[in-house]
Design a protein around this ligand. Sequence first.
Ligand SMILES: Cc1ncc(COP(=O)(O)O)c(C=O)c1O
Length: 425
Amino acid sequence: MRIIEQLESEVRGYVRSFPAIFDTAKGSYLWDEHGNRFIDFFAGAGTLNYGHNNPLLTKAVIEYLERDGIVHGLDKATVAKTKFLQKFYDTVLSPRNLEYKVQFTGPTGTNAVETALKLARMVKRRSNIIAFTNGYHGLTLGSLAVTGNNFYRDEFYGMRLNADHMPFDGYFGPDVNTIEYLRRFLSDGSSGIDLPAAIIVETVQGEGGIHVASDEWLQELEQLCHDFDILLIIDDIQVGNGRTGTFFSFERAGIKPDMVVLSKSIGGGMPLAMLLMRPELDQWKPGEHTGTFRGNNLAFIAATEALSYWDNEDLAEAVAYKGQIMEEELTRIAEKYADLEVNVRGVGMVWGLEMPRTGFTGEVLTEAFEKGLVIETAGADDEVLKFLPALTIEEETLREGMQIIDQAIGDLLKKKEEMRTGDTQ
Ligand SMILES: Cc1ncc(COP(=O)(O)O)c(C=O)c1O
């Protein structure tokens, strides 16, 4: 760890939350250099929906490397790319009657977001973009402008330009329809909000603290976009790829966004990001938006293999089943520690346990880590414990992880009580 502390920038984050030197990983387990085992409820922030080193994916990648398959190809045609596109069309797009064109962007999520925003502005000839409170879309400057949390933003970056934030579903509680609120702003030429080229939204806000938009809200948002000629961009980077139970997270609402951004689990753990767009929006000139690492061939190989999980309904059924276990377990924990006024939110296999007591969530994270569980916090003040296990996690491991959380909260409360009574004696 000394070399990391000596050389790696102060910006490092997760190494502070999880102070171990990790070495190997398989499925839903991580091992550190001393052989200590950890259950992974973090899954690379949604990158490892198919688990660490999924044997199907690893085998395909090793075989590809061993036969000297092209690794770096810019956006040249490769066998790996054609196979991926065919598989994506056959398994994902065609069965859902989606006629998107596919653009491979630079390899991380924010690259896809930047591309979507740039194209939307180009096509609509408008510069404003509307995003939502608590939204998270990445940290390069364009994506940052549509990200809510001001921990990441600073006035110096000029971040207020060309982006407005509006209240997400439920922001003012269950009784305020925030789409009506937005509609009022857009209808009034004197509201100070310019007609945007696009609205970008997550159907379930991951980093923002597991806020789930209702189906009706998403449908009303789509209608509003039609009414005002605004492009609807769904950011499915964290909660796409089956996380909510269907391949795309918006399927439950029956909407068809104009653009979708995908990354994280689409590459099965390898860097890959994509923009999907309605064909008429594909107005780029050849080479107008490029990047050296567009379309990583190793990721295509892993991604093609990962998509075989969508050849049938097995994974979707498993997500529904294990999602229910997560909901039941978290509800049980919330009831057991009712004094903490815990709030449970989620859908599919993305769940949040909001614990309003200041700093408590971080303490649970640390206690759980000491007991062998890796889990992340989310929300504006890190007040939410975010449950994001691999979709392929075994039921037994899932239950074991939930048990660790239960024990971590119980032990923490006990320690606090002991300190309190110790203090008063
Ligand atoms: C919804 C969403 N969009 C965009 C991003 C940015 O992706 P990346 O960190 O790969 O740039 C993230 C990352 O967590 C995300 O959750």
